[in-house]
Write a protein that binds this ligand. Structure first.
Ligand SMILES: C[S@@+](CC[C@H](N)C(=O)[O-])C[C@H]1O[C@@H](n2cnc3c(N)ncnc32)[C@H](O)[C@@H]1O
Length: 316
């Protein structure tokens, strides 16, 4: 396979031109950009092509396979890029440990790469693999652990919050009954449970399984808490005029970004007194009034782009 074909096979970047357009503030002299979700390296390569000699890209991925793939892809850029196998929730610590305090841009392309979904254990219900789903293999909890140990309430909350599956009680009950007989070990244990419990047609089955697997993935990888943490830290890390660009694929993620931007750009803050709002200095300026979505052409060529939403803010 040629390099270009292999990169495409690994992951096709979504909203790439729009990311580049928002990420750079050309008024800033020296660019230090963080790509917190390196993945197949599509964004990083395009960013590196735009950087000048003294600029720097910091690229992180918690998935070692993604990191190794992209290190190879980007080796031609030499010392202009530094790689880290870390969670983006820890970027602030990683930067400080490496003697860096401020950056001029942060981009996150949330979720998983196509490579992970298709090749790593537990992510796809189309293949019978171990119920793992950890993008970061040092994390303790697998999807199997979640299904085999969570209480009924915990399961219901997870499926409601992260999968919006509907009728979460029935699903949680079915899981608990099944694990009394046999523990969940592989992805097909989940598929078989759903087939036995719900007599639904193939199309609805696929939709339902997608929601269940999505909820498990978000839970196992602590995706929402990681996002909240990095957003909070971005206020300390990004220098004045620097940009924060978030690409999300799930309504819950988008809502977290939208609400955070709204809160940080506000000029007043509610107090206990209903007649008095405190005046505060906004920390960011929102550059995307409405979320930016891919053009029809992009969605036609890459179905993964369908649910993508980009939001950008500039640090003040
Ligand atoms: C959608 S892909 C990024 C694709 C990339 N923009 C490209 O052009 O190839 C998301 C990547 O983020 C990584 N990731 C997800 N959550 C992460 C986290 N909390 N910390 C670090 N990497 C994370 C995944 O392992 C995956 O490789």
């Amino acid at each position: 396979m040629s390099d270009a074909a292999e990169n495409k096979f690994f992951h096709t970047p979504v909203l790439l031109n729009e990311v580049l357009e928002y990420l750079f503030n050309d008024k800033l002299e020296k660019q230090i950009i963080v790509d917190g979700t390196l993945g197949g390296g599509g964004y990083s390569e395009a960013i590196l092509k735009r950087l000048n000699e003294n600029d720097l890209l910091i690229a992180l991925d918690k998935d070692l396979e993604a990191l190794e793939h992209s290190k190879k892809r980007l080796e031609k850029f030499g010392s202009k890029v530094k790689f880290f196998n870390n969670n983006f929730a820890d970027i602030k610590t990683v930067l400080l440990q490496n003697g860096m305090k401020k950056i001029t841009g942060l981009v996150l392309d949330l979720g998983l790469s196509s490579h992970q979904i298709e090749n790593e254990d537990g992510f796809s219900y189309l293949k019978d693999t171990k119920l793992d789903m950890r993008a970061f293999k040092k994390d303790a909890k697998t999807a199997g652990d979640v299904l085999n140990s969570y209480s009924k309430e915990e399961l219901m909350k997870m499926f409601e919050d992260y999968g919006e599956t509907g009728n979460e009680r029935r699903l949680a009950d079915a899981i608990i009954e099944k694990r009394k007989v046999n523990k969940f070990k592989t992805t097909f244990d989940v598929v078989r449970l759903i087939e036995d419990e719900y007599r639904i047609d193939k199309k609805n089955m696929i939709k339902f399984l997608s929601k269940i697997f999505q909820a498990l993935r978000i839970e196992v990888n602590n995706e929402m808490d990681n996002l909240k943490k990095v957003l909070n830290d971005s206020i300390d890390m990004v220098e004045e005029g620097g940009r924060i660009v978030m690409v999300s694929y799930h309504s819950l993620e988008d809502r977290i970004v939208k609400n955070f931007f709204k809160e940080m750009s506000a000029t007043t803050k509610k107090t206990d007194n209903p007649f008095y709002d405190e005046t505060v200095t906004p920390k960011i300026k929102i550059l995307t009034k409405k979320s930016v979505v891919p053009a029809f052409e992009e969605i036609k060529n890459n179905s993964r782009a369908r649910s993508a939403k980009l939001r950008c803010a500039e640090r003040m």
